[in-house]
Ligand binder design. Structure first.
Ligand SMILES: [Zn+2]
Ligand SMILES: [Zn+2]
Ligand SMILES: [Zn+2]
Length: 139
């Protein structure tokens, strides 16, 4: 698995470090979006600044995307392969469960094309569906 992660990092011009590999793996193993404190909890011995910078680098290089699910803390999730975080093609809906407080990527559901008025420039869109997830609904 390490080899393919290294390739993934390198293809985004990210220098491979042990910490970056570990954080990438941590994100890859999660089925849900994580907060910085989730990462801190899992990397107790690591310096917070390093963790924070790693996520920032991943975000800047387009490996993770930030999700504003309306709670006070931003969440992060790995991007799909080939994602450029483009509004028209890559951004997808998210689902936030208010029972377990987890946020998942609905990557099969892209953000609908929204035409903004002339002169407006879109930079980011956050579309979050709120409700109860499949684990909590018991359906
Ligand atoms: Zn992306
Ligand atoms: Zn839930
Ligand atoms: Zn997502």
């Amino acid at each position: 698995m390490n080899n393919s992660i290294e390739q993934e990092l390198e293809s985004h011009n990210i220098r491979v470090t042990a910490m970056r590999l570990l954080i990438y793996k941590f994100l890859a193993e999660k089925q849900v979006a994580v907060t910085l404190s989730d990462i801190e909890d899992d990397f107790e011995k690591s310096d917070r600044t390093t963790l924070y910078r790693t996520i920032k680098t991943f975000e800047e290089k387009g490996i993770v995307h930030k999700i504003d699910a309306g709670s006070s803390t931003a969440k992060y999730a790995l991007c799909e392969k080939g994602c450029n975080c483009e509004i028209e093609t890559d951004l997808h809906l998210h689902f936030h469960c208010h029972n377990c407080n987890e946020t998942v990527c609905l990557t099969a559901h892209k953000i609908p094309q929204i035409k903004v008025p002339d002169g407006f420039v879109s930079e980011n869109v956050n579309l979050v569906i709120k409700g109860i997830c499949d684990k909590c609904s018991g359906l």
